[in-house]
Ligand binder design. Structure first.
Ligand code: WQD
Length: 338
């Protein structure tokens, strides 16, 4: 039987890599995307990489009638992976209503239509941002969540609460929160990857655009933190490893007989500093980066990286692509955009 999976935001960075892995694992992705933060040519690239036609429903996840029509058209949907959300931390502070409306409403509508259409498997794209500045490292799923530092982070926390409350009163519902750490890298084919709109907020695309001469200089936001080299520490996970974690989550839910709601940290379990990322990038690419040390960025967490024990045992999934490999893939993707 065809295992159709609705992938909201499926033309996006993580969504597109996940669609490739879905097809490779025998699932049939159906993309819902309004292309507000993604490009249509990426779908063509997913078709090229998978050799399969990918169905796309262009529209907004916050539009009940549209979402309802998609579920009606594609009877027998086995599950939903919900990526669609605005995700720029800095922008969210300037445009809070845009973030709350989009990120919360899309989740509410997806759950409402799933319930009406009898679809019970739900994988939610969450974020380590829900932990704030952790008291203890590495971060486990039992680590306390903290007030997020941005409206973006608060939408992730609120969406987890919405799904949790919904699951308590919805018989048959099976859900998984995947709390991502820092997604980086690109498909090794260099046919899909990250497409930041405007100046990137995130470190790795800013590095590759600086290396490509698109940006004049990288600023390292602070080297006076309480870390070995003074720069912030993060858990950088290759986007293909992250995509595969979604397949593992789906496999788990489709095999699960009981109602459930599980949380998994999806990271490598290793922490790397900003300076280490810069140094590794220069080593693996041979490109000398133009960078300076600047002031701290408001809202930055000093150190956060995952304890990946639960996801490795619970989903039988483990990240295995190195930081060096990830940065090489990012650079190859950047060069393919020339
Ligand atoms: C990483 C480190 C910066 C840019 C956020 C969200 C998270 C996820 C990923 C959406 C920090 C430093 C960065 C630069 C720098 N978003 N940096 N110079 O903030 O850890 O996580 O993006 O899914 O939910 O919270 O990622 O890549 O922005 O920053 O020095 O030009 O790189 O200070 O220490 P972050 P990031």
């Amino acid at each position: 039987m065809e295992k159709k999976i609705i992938v909201t935001g499926g033309a996006g960075y993580i969504g597109s890599h996940t669609c490739v892995e879905l097809v490779k694992s025998g699932y049939t992705p159906i993309i819902i995307d309004n292309f507000s933060n993604s490009e249509k040519f990426i779908v063509d690239r997913v078709e090229e990489l998978t050799g399969k036609k990918i169905e796309v429903e262009e529209g907004d996840c916050g539009d009940y009638e549209f979402v309802k029509s998609v579920f009606k058209k594609h009877a027998e949907v086995s599950g939903v992976i919900h990526f669609a959300a605005f995700k720029a931390v800095g922008e969210s502070s300037n445009l809070p209503l845009k973030y709350y409306q989009n990120n919360l409403l899309s989740t509410i509508i997806m759950l409402k239509v799933m319930e009406e259409e009898g679809v019970s498997n739900f994988v939610f794209s969450s974020s380590c941002t829900v932990y704030g500045e952790p008291d203890q490292l590495p971060v486990t799923e039992d680590s306390p969540t903290k007030p997020a530092e941005s409206p973006y982070g608060r939408t992730k926390q609120m969406c987890e609460n919405i799904v949790t409350d919904f699951s308590k009163v919805t018989k048959g519902f099976k859900g998984i929160f995947l709390r991502y750490f820092n997604p980086i890298g690109a498909h090794p084919s260099s046919r899909i990857g990250e497409l930041p709109i405007g100046a990137p907020n995130n470190l790795v695309p800013y590095i590759t655009q600086t290396a490509a001469g698109i940006r004049e200089k990288l600023t390292i936001f602070g080297n006076d933190y309480d870390t070995p080299d003074g720069t912030c520490i993060r858990d950088y996970i290759h986007v293909v490893d992250l995509a595969k974690a979604h397949i593992a989550a789906l496999d788990y839910l489709l095999a699960e007989k009981e109602d459930c709601l599980e949380v998994f940290n999806v990271g490598t379990g290793n922490g790397n500093s900003v300076q280490e990322v810069v140094d590794t990038f220069q080593e693996v690419t041979g490109v000398k980066l133009n960078y300076e040390i600047g002031p701290r960025r408001a809202g930055d967490v000093e150190k956060v990286y995952s304890d990946a024990t639960k996801v490795e045992n619970g989903l039988k999934w483990k990240a295995d692509i190195s930081l060096a490999e990830s940065l090489k893939d990012s650079w190859n993707w950047q060069q393919s955009l020339k």
